[in-house]
Write a new protein. Structure first.
Lengths: 305, 272, 356
């Protein structure tokens, strides 16, 4: 009789089969994802400007990072990104929650709504950017026409030329595209809540608001956290939308960090500096996810069965 | 009391309207002559032309980006689903050391910001001579497509009762045979949904396509649409026509399989 | 057909949970052995180890003469009926039945013949081309049985196969299983949490608790001579009554730590107040048709657990009535209070004044 840690022939065989199945996918991921990330980090601690190959690739330590911290345009981009993330995610959560509640109650027309919900999500982000840009373009975009007709605006506004106003179509486009998806996520969470809880509360005399606060919100928390994490990370990584809608403009007033990094890397060909920026973007997005998970205690992996 | 009954429907009507309006407007615009686009926008056009669509395919040869997108998205999906299914099965069903870490790792990679891997991928592809080629796009696409596929398929495999494989093994089938005879037929809906979602994500991808292609020969649809340049001014009519064409395939896919897609997306994300 | 032997089989999971500790069990060729116990006692784990679906962390398992401890399930020549039946949903009944034979490379003719025989034996001829989703619960259960029978394995394993059936169907199917076993003469290892099922089906019953075998005996021996308090309380319905050992009189000194008296509800008689061993107040009476289940509160133990007694339907017994009870001295069970182990009947010096 052996000790309790003996791994029998069957278990070893199972592990062997498992690793054989896993290996192709794992190797692929290591090659195309992890390896480049490590390389990016490597680049970020060197000077590497493709426009000036005679400079070689000397090791510069944290110089690139220090430069980033003092780079005014980068700091602004960080501010833009944070603003965009906070505003759009807040709007998406609120509207999404409201929609999810409505979808939960409505018993007819679910199919139509599902379709309406999925199509904005399914189209390329650049296309949705173009649709919204068209609506806010120039003096005669349909947005201006409607707002003037409704009396909200005196005359047509030059949305895309104004540094602050340009955010409006950007945020609207993002909310339009992803709120339905957030609503679906929250709806799934809502449907997991046992209806008998509400019935018991009603019998106990709880008002609709109290039911919402004490039953719905707490039980929906895991779904809300999942939605928060994914949407915030997506918002911090945003690129496609702004590239196609405002190009980062007017000037650089709507430029997010991903777009700025892109310009540094592939327009200016400063690979060393751009890599440092990339790493910062990576750390920020990842750090956010970890922060959420830690403080809000979500179970994303392994809790499912 | 009656307000409580119909507010959900009002909300949903608003939702459907808000979702549909930009499309509607784009379709209307794509059928409006260029000159009138910004002159007198009316919600119900009287004069419909197909000039923009014709120009799209004759002058601009829009077939090219469509073909490129089909090839790239199709190849990525085929590769990821087949390799990913094996990996996902092992993660969902088999016991081995390091399993939890591996799953966590795969998911973590899926959350990488693309911008953080764009430059080394660029240099790598340049070394391999793959810039502006099909493999040069499929390879980077695996960065996000593989984790996505594995994550979705793990969710689907986990939903199948474990006793089915046990019964098959007791009946005489080895692990792999049990996988093939029992699990795969039952997982077909899940595999199909995963394929659709992977295809949609691949079709819509922009940053890598923008960075790793140089010209119309290999550009995909999102890039072609975004880089539309007119001679003298922005050709909105054609751009919107291109937008309509760009979204047609994925829209049709999604409408046809909406129920499955919603199940797949939400089952994985929220504990079912 | 073959015998099954477990030698010192133990299972500890990586998280520290001990599911089985040193099980030694011998199941004879053709025997119907039932593993019974409360949930978490390790009976399902033991069954799965025999099947090869779990590997023991210590010990050996033999089927026939073969040491199968390191063999995967497909090489053990066993068949298993799962609690949820685990029928292949995408295959017809016929294909379900044929699956095992197909996996082992049997000739198509042989497969067809065996499937037909099994279908006939279980009354499934009409549903051969249906899918499991189109069958009733009882039919699915029979397909699960058929899948096992068709393989003609050395050992049949059953994991709580009747728990998903309603009460009436459960009793019917129980009888069918017994009949089937007689016909096939197969070696059966059967797991259940229902002691009644265990008693009616098993040739021998193995009672388990917390991963340990408590007693392995034929049903009547379990009933009449339980080796400890746990088995005594587990087997038999209504449950045995446990009372302080000194209830009927002083127990001889030197017993060390005291004894507990066990008596089954069927072994207590109700008489008029004052004329029995003790007096008691009737608390609740449950008429069961052929008998009455009476809950009593002993006069000397007003705050103790109620005494359960099975009485004939006549004479009628009223609640709140004061009665006397008589213990059948030949059917008393004595256990050491400290560890629940059975001890021989001690000599009892009766208390000077009985009752009142």
């Amino acid at each position: 009789m052996r000790g309790s840690e003996r791994q029998s022939g069957i278990e070893r065989q199972e592990a062997r089969i498992a690793w054989t199945l896993v290996l192709p996918a794992l190797l692929t991921i290591l090659l195309v994802a992890l390896f480049p990330l490590v390389w990016t980090f490597w680049e970020s601690i060197h000077l590497h400007d493709l426009r000036m190959p005679w400079l070689g690739r000397p090791f510069v330590g944290v110089d690139n990072y220090l430069e980033a911290l003092s780079d005014g345009r980068f700091r602004e981009a960080l501010g833009h990104t944070a603003f965009f993330a906070v505003t759009s995610v807040a709007l998406e959560l609120l509207i999404g929650l409201w929609l999810a509640l409505a979808l939960n109650r409505a018993f007819r027309g679910r199919g139509l709504v599902r379709a309406a919900v999925l199509v904005p999500w399914a189209i390329p982000t650049v296309v949705s950017a173009l649709l919204w840009r068209f609506m806010f373009e120039g003096q005669h975009g349909i947005a201006n026409t409607i707002l003037v007709a409704l009396g909200v605006l005196q005359g047509p506004a030059a949305w895309l030329i104004h540094p602050q106003a340009a955010w409006v179509p950007v945020i609207l486009a993002d909310v339009w595209k992803t709120t339905p998806f957030v609503a679906l996520l929250l709806l799934a969470g809502l449907q997991n809540i046992d209806a008998s809880l509400y019935e018991a509360a009603r019998i106990d005399g709880a008002s609709a608001w109290r039911q919402f606060r004490h039953i719905t919100l707490p039980l929906l928390q895991p779904a809300i956290v999942v939605a928060l994490i994914f949407r915030t990370m997506d918002a911090f990584r945003c690129f496609d939308l702004i590239y196609a809608l405002t190009g980062g403009g007017p000037g650089t007033s709507t430029e997010p960090i991903a777009l700025y990094t892109f310009n540094v890397l592939l327009q200016n060909l400063q690979f060393g500096y751009g890599s440092a920026l990339s790493i910062i973007v990576f750390v920020v997005t990842f750090g956010l996810a970890l922060l959420y998970i830690r403080f809000l205690g979500a179970e994303l992996t392994g809790g499912r069965r | 009391m009656s307000a409580r009954r119909w507010w959900p429907f009002l909300a949903l009507a608003l939702l459907v309207g808000a979702s549909a309006f930009p499309f509607y407007w784009a379709i209307v615009a794509s059928l409006t002559p260029e000159a009138r686009l910004f002159q007198d926008p009316s919600l119900f056009p009287t004069h419909i032309v197909t000039d923009h669509y014709r120009a799209l395919f004759t002058e601009r040869n829009f077939w090219l980006p469509v073909r490129n997108s089909l090839i790239v998205a199709g190849t990525t999906t085929a590769f990821c689903v087949s390799i990913g299914a094996l990996c996902a099965y092992a993660l969902a069903r088999l016991e081995f050391r390091g399993k939890a870490a591996l799953l966590g790792f795969v998911l973590a990679v899926g959350m990488f910001p693309q911008i953080s891997v764009v430059s080394p991928l660029y240099l790598l592809l340049r070394e391999l001579g793959l810039i502006n080629t099909f493999p040069g796009l499929v390879l980077p696409y695996l960065t996000f497509a593989m984790p996505l596929t594995v994550w979705l398929l793990v969710g689907f495999f986990r939903q199948l009762p474990a006793e089915l494989e046990e019964a098959a093994m007791v009946d005489g089938a080895g692990r792999l045979r049990a996988f093939w005879e029992v699990i795969v037929p039952l997982a077909v809906p899940g595999i199909a949904t995963t394929a659709i979602l992977t295809f949609v994500y691949s079709w819509n991808e922009f940053l890598f396509a923008l960075s790793f292609t140089l010209g119309p020969e290999r550009q995909t649809v999102p890039v072609a649409v975004a880089l539309f340049r007119g001679q003298y001014q922005v050709p909105w009519g054609q751009i919107l026509a291109a937008a309509v064409v760009a979204t047609a395939p994925v829209t049709l896919l999604v409408l046809a399989f909406q129920r499955r897609i919603v199940q797949g997306l939400t089952a994985g994300a929220v504990k079912g | 057909m073959a015998s099954v032997r477990l030698e010192g089989v133990a299972k500890t999971y990586p998280n520290g949970h001990v599911a089985a500790q040193g099980l030694d069990l011998e199941i004879a060729d053709g025997e119907f052995m039932v593993l019974v116990g409360p949930s978490g006692c390790g009976k399902s784990t033991a069954l799965r180890m025999i099947a090869g679906l779990e590997t023991p962390t210590a010990g050996r398992i033999r089927i026939g003469d073969q040491d199968v401890t390191a063999l995967p399930p497909q090489e053990r020549d066993i068949a298993m009926v799962f609690q949820t039946y685990a029928l292949y949903p995408h295959m017809t009944v016929k294909e379900n039945l044929a699956f095992g034979l197909r996996m082992r490379g049997a000739a198509p003719d042989a497969i067809a013949q065996r499937v037909e025989e099994a279908a006939r034996a279980l009354g499934l001829e009409q549903v051969l081309s249906r899918r499991p989703a189109q069958l009733s619960g009882g039919q699915r259960q029979r397909v699960a049985l058929g899948r096992a029978i068709v393989r003609e394995p050395k050992v049949f394993l059953f994991d709580e196969p009747l728990s998903n059936l309603d009460a009436k169907l459960r009793v019917e199917t129980r009888a069918e299983l017994a009949r089937l076993h007689r016909r096939l003469g197969a070696t059966v290892v059967y797991v259940t949490h229902d002691q009644e099922e265990a008693m009616t089906l098993g040739w021998r019953v193995a009672v388990m608790r917390d991963g340990l075998l408590q007693q392995v005996s034929p049903p009547m021996e379990l009933y009449r001579k339980p080796v400890n308090q746990f088995v005594a309380g587990f087997v038999g319905s209504p449950e045995m009554n446990f009372l302080p050992g000194g209830l009927l009189g002083d127990v001889a000194p030197g017993r060390g730590g005291g004894v507990t008296l066990g008596v089954r509800p069927h072994d207590v008689r109700i008489v008029s107040a004052g004329s029995g061993d003790l007096d008691a107040l009737v608390d609740v009476v449950e008429p069961r048709g052929s008998e009455l289940l009476v809950y009593l509160k002993l006069a000397v133990l007003p705050h103790g657990a109620p005494l359960r007694v099975v009485a004939p339907p006549e004479p009628a017994i009223e609640e709140e009535q004061m009665v006397g009870i008589v213990f059948d001295r030949a059917r008393l069970h004595w256990f050491r209070t400290e560890d629940g182990q059975r001890v021989a009947s001690p000599s009892v010096r009766p208390i000077s004044a009985p009752g009142k």
